[in-house]
Design a protein around this ligand. Sequence first.
Ligand SMILES: [Zn+2]
Length: 408
Amino acid sequence: MSSQQALRAALLSSLVVACSSQRPADTSAATAEAAVPSRSTSDGTPAASSAGSPGGAGSALGGSAAPGAGSSAASGAGSPVVPAAGSLAASGAEPRTALAEPTFDAIAGVLFADRASPSAAAASCPPSTPPDARVRCLFDLRYRGDAKAAGLAHELFVKWRVVAGVEVAHTMNGGYRGMIRLEPAVPTGAERKHLEWIVTAMRDFDDSFAALDRRAAGAEVSRSKRFRFEPITLRFMRSVAARTPSAYAHDWTVAWNLAGSLHRSADAVRETLFHEIFHLNDYAHPPPGGEAWSPSALGATFDAVVKKCGTSIACLGPYSPNDTIVRGGTYYSFQPGNGVREYAAELAVRYYREQRAELRGSKAESPTGRPPAGAARFKCGPPENARAWALMRDEFFGGVDVVPACGS
Ligand SMILES: [Zn+2]
């Protein structure tokens, strides 16, 4: 990228990104300390949320995101759930049979996490009701007043065992941005669009991974090497007097801010959701003695690029998986304080974007509409890209890559 292009990219950029995620609880203890940055953005916030403090937004946001995560409501949903039947596509890091169905009480705990007694809230769906109808009754109750929203939330559960409920009210330490109050919120009425976007994104993941699986037919792909996008728990909330974080992830849970500045379109939502779910997968693939896959697998490559380029937008351009530039900073993937986990999440998004485009015979375009930061095919950029791409491909995508080889 020329310096003029870099300048234009910087000017075009309006996103400020920071996010927080935590390792899934079932991989190890000490969840609250395991906070890492993940993605969320705010348009109006100057500079990177994480710039001023190492670990910045990650530890700050993630660390205090724990109240919900550790609460009985969260852990009630904690046993991730599994569709009783379905395709083999992208079912996750574990065989589905290893994942328990959520109990009625666990589902009620997520849907009514804002109530002192979720079971009391669910009393009008009595045990005498047949099990499937009783679950449907819960969704109708939670999304009362908006039958379409109830139907979408129920569809998420039936198709992907995504339990879409609410976050527990708490105050998050937003680092330099101060404390951010997060309130539980139900996406009905004008906010139903979030459910629509998320259902669309889940269908997209389902279809794309099924297609990738077909391409891999005949190859022995270990289930442990698959990207898991379902089942997960979704917790809706709304930030008070802030538009950040747009989302954060922990414990196979994605918390989703109805006021989040990133959630502007179906395309943007798909990529944000993928980014967050990658963080969950990253922590589900730790090396021996480690916390997450990305620091050990990609750390050396990432560090070498940072050493070579620092924060220079022109220098980092060819290495950046995504085009997002932090206002007043540099590419989000290399923004100081974000670390290799954010680079990895953006690389995963780029991987998915390119596979998806190839499957559809379309161009791999970013939702921002800006041209790619580097080569059109990421792996055909500098050798560091090819290395990182191959590691990502083999660890999370069963070695499948439908993007044509470089030089072809
Ligand atoms: Zn992130």
